[in-house]
Design a protein around this ligand. Structure first.
Ligand SMILES: [Zn+2]
Ligand SMILES: [Zn+2]
Length: 538
């Protein structure tokens, strides 16, 4: 079977993998690229397949970097099924419509700009109406149930512990008379996240797509992180200041509501207003309340004890723009939780404009900040930030709290991976920045001895074929500059060389000598080619 890596490779956004078995064509995830113009251009690039030829899309979870291009595909002729869990469907209903709405506003803004410079209008990627239409193609599936699909394909969704409804997807296919199993980790949560359950362990697979968002670092423990947040809140209260928390509308916001509610119940903080200032986050919180079957035991216990973990009298949900503006007119201390999580759009930008320059204010980042986003620039220490055409000085206290992350850290990823038993497991490390994915793949080699590759954007491979190489005639279309391409080729070469050395070493120590003459001959040829190349580069 064939695979093409369409997104979420060497970057955290745009997750999508195209799979083909005979004439059956399908996608796992269909995410949107986010984080600056260069990468967002990919959202408009023409795919290598016709959307109408796809039989289905298997969707790991509702975040837009996994689901965001579904309405575009439907608009372009996709008529198959989008298979996901019920909570994912509920969340997609609000998130895709919201995304369509944002696309319309952005296209309108761009068109106005174009007009002034005499250029043509920009069409939105898709509209809220397109998003609404795409919902009729969704089909929900429960966790742990095996579902049969055309061509003998079987799938199962297991809990990924990342956000409400998130799933690890297992796929069984018949290949050359044998059953093979593919596993997509989706985004994996860490263990001990509040509200939802921990990721389910998986033990069998022939090929695994593993996320690597935090593959290069360790999170602080949750308890430590909660203590840090408590300290920040108390300090803000002592100065009558505000704590601004950019948070993803789904999961991070509910996690914060849960955490602040716990602090309040334990009387560790006084009664101060907690604003949930994002219409999307408000709707998402309602969806959480509608899906208690996705909750972990602790949350179920709280519920049955009459303490709803997502309800607190201090919480103020602000729907309208007027209510949102009034927040900053209130002189009291308060906690403002607002979206978008990476500060690229939404009401959070207004709060940043109000608070970034105030030395008494606190800005707390709890989620991943992708390259190229406003949030990333603040975290990286920018002295000023441009918002609404104005340069705003950054004088507020800026904090990053890793322990609230919805993603497993390096230890969590390796722990989950260590359950796999197949020594010939092929791992594709994705959903991470290039450097991070490389680091994780190296550690996977060293610690678990699995083959781990970091694919390129639009790379194509044959799976389970005797030679798993990239097909030469279908090499990646060169979107990168020659220089970038050269440096990534060199890196790949170095990695392959190291891996080969290691393999030869273990082979030699096992067998005492190298008897495989074919191998030596091939290696000799590769060596000659490299020498020739070196000669030419001189
Ligand atoms: Zn996610
Ligand atoms: Zn993701």
């Amino acid at each position: 079977m064939k695979v093409e890596f369409l997104g979420g490779v060497r970057t955290v956004t745009g997750s999508a993998t195209l799979l083909q078995k005979d004439s059956l064509l399908w996608l796992v995830d269909c995410g949107m690229f986010q984080g600056g113009r260069a990468i967002e251009e990919r959202n408009r690039s023409v795919p290598s397949y016709r959307p109408r030829d796809l039989s289905f899309i298997l969707l790991t979870h509702a975040h837009l970097d996994h689901s965001g291009l579904i309405p575009k595909l439907v608009k372009e002729g996709f008529q198959g099924k989008v298979v996901c869990t019920k909570a994912t469907f509920d969340l997609c209903e609000i998130m895709l419509k919201d995304s369509g709405h944002i696309q319309e506003i952005e296209a309108e803004w761009q068109s106005r700009k174009n007009k002034r410079s005499g250029r043509e209008d920009t069409a939105p990627l898709y509209t809220a109406e397109d998003a609404e239409k795409s919902l009729r193609y969704f089909q929900t599936v429960g966790y742990d149930k095996i579902l049969s699909l055309p061509d003998g394909l079987k799938i199962r969704f297991q809990d990924a512990g990342h956000i409400l409804g998130s799933a690890i997807i297992e796929i069984w296919v018949e290949e050359g008379g044998q059953e093979k199993k593919l596993v997509f980790s989706g985004d994996l949560g860490g263990s001990g996240q509040p509200i939802i359950r921990d990721p389910s362990p998986v033990v069998e697979a022939d090929a695994l797509w593993l996320e690597s968002t935090y593959g290069d670092r360790l999170h602080k423990s949750r308890e430590e992180t909660v203590q840090e947040l408590l300290k920040i809140i108390l300090e803000a209260i002592s100065k009558q200041a505000k704590v601004v928390i950019p948070a993803f509308a789904v999961e991070r916001t509910q996690d914060l509501i849960y955490t602040v509610s716990q602090l309040k119940r334990k009387n560790l903080i006084p009664s101060i207003p907690v604003y949930i200032d994002s219409p999307l986050a408000i709707s998402a919180t309602e969806i959480f309340k509608k899906n208690p079957d996705c909750f972990d035991e602790e949350t179920k216990d709280l519920l049955s004890g009459g303490n709803h973990p997502l309800e607190l009298p201090e919480i103020k949900y602000t729907q309208t723009t007027e209510e949102s503006k009034a927040i900053n007119e209130d002189p009291r201390s308060g906690i403002i939780i607002s979206a978008s999580g990476m500060c690229d759009s939404g009401r959070i930008q207004h709060h940043l404009k109000h608070h970034l320059w105030r030395s008494e204010s606190h800005i707390v980042f709890i989620g991943y900040q992708a390259e190229g986003t406003v949030g990333r620039r603040i975290v990286d220490g920018a002295k000023t930030i441009r918002l609404f055409g104005e340069e705003i000085a950054v004088r507020a206290h800026v904090h990053t709290l890793g322990g609230f992350s919805a993603h497993a850290d390096q230890k969590g990823l390796l722990e989950w991976l260590s359950h796999f038993r197949n020594p010939n497991l092929q791992v594709f490390v994705n959903h991470g920045e290039e450097k991070v994915s490389m680091i994780l793949s190296e550690i996977i080699h060293q610690k678990l001895q699995f083959e781990a590759a970091v694919p390129q954007w639009r790379e194509k491979r044959f799976l389970f074929a005797p030679e798993k190489r990239v097909m030469p005639e279908e090499k990646i279309e060169a979107e990168e500059s020659a220089e970038e391409r050269f440096s990534s080729l060199l890196k790949d070469l170095e990695r392959d060389y190291k891996r080969l050395r290691r393999k030869l070493k273990t082979r030699r120590s096992k067998r005492g000598d190298d008897r495989d003459a074919g191998w030596l001959k091939e290696l000799d040829e590769v060596n000659k080619k490299l020498e020739e190349l070196e000669e030419r580069l001189r």
